[in-house]
Design a protein around this ligand. Sequence first.
Ligand SMILES: *Cc1c(COP(=O)(O)O)cnc(C)c1O
Length: 394
Amino acid sequence: MPERAVHGMDFNAALDALDHASLRRRRRVVSGHQGARLTVDGQQLLAFASNDYLGLAADPRIAEATAHAARRYGVGAGASHLISGHHEAHERLEHELARFTGLPAALLFSSGYMANTGIVPALVGRGDAVFSDALNHACLIDGARLSRATVHVYPHADTDALEAALAASRAPRKLVLSDAVFSMDGHLAPVARLAALCERHDALLLLDDAHGFGVLGPHGEGTLAHLGVRSPRILYLGTLGKAAGVAGAFVAGEAPAMAWLAQRARTYVFTTASPPLLAAAVSESLRIIAAEPWRRERLRNHARRLRDCAARLPWRLLPSDSAVQALLIGRADDTMTAMEALWSRGLWVPGIRPPTVPADTSRLRISLSAAHAPEDIEALCTALTAVAAERMAA
Ligand SMILES: *Cc1c(COP(=O)(O)O)cnc(C)c1O
């Protein structure tokens, strides 16, 4: 078949352009289960590439709870939550999540992406105003666009700029959006200050803790507990496919707000409920997250060890209290060269490029996990040191 443009777009030329800019992304096929070592195309790699921060994605107890739920409940939920798909396993999990986070009520979604794209338009609309951190995750950005509210993007973590924008706004409803732990940097948002500004300017704060839930806080409750912040103006979003090791997401906060979202978030109303067996899996995961603080302790030790060795590298490790550790390389092609050099040594550390991060801030995103042993961090340090030396010699 001749290659030609399809409805005005030449896909091959567009893909070639991505190749030339070192921006084409590949899917690697993984077999077996998640863990410190992943089998990729038959090769075993020591991986720092997942969000399975607590090492729970392949936990046999969670797998067993899931299998048990499958035998009792079957697989499909059958319908959306508001028709006949809201199962007692979902109901129980929502209560557990509220108790776990110490917030009044919680509402389950099928994914974090769906949660944010549904929640924002349910809270604000045309004529309202959204204030969004410049480094927010794509699904907060898309939620803001879908809402049709006026979007003010403030410079990353710049609460003075945010305050000025809030003060200048005459919108009837104001909503501030922020990642709690920035997903490609690992550092925390100024949450206490964001909450105080929302209080002062009669705004709500949707705080996306995809990378803090399970990892931060004395019992893994997340960034709010870690920082000791509470406010009825916060809608707290946690995802369940990262540290919790399963799938899905929840939002927690004041009960009337949760009840409203169940009525109006389109990604809640117009989608089939996730399988009840996943809710049962998350219930077991929550139990483990609370009962096994050694997982968080181990992560902190890994991060400390990595910081020590990174101090001797030619690249800067961005400050981070979380499991996400970003080693700033700069150019996309240099980043991919470093990634490939690590790969050839048997390590998988993803390079992150635009559009996921701003131009010239390409980086290696090192994800630490409780599944890693201390020797795995040593192996990473040795490999990074060797790759840095090679680069100096080149
Ligand atoms: C991963 C991520 C999401 C999306 O969550 P999923 O459950 O994977 O859809 C949302 N927000 C942030 C900050 C994330 O990193």
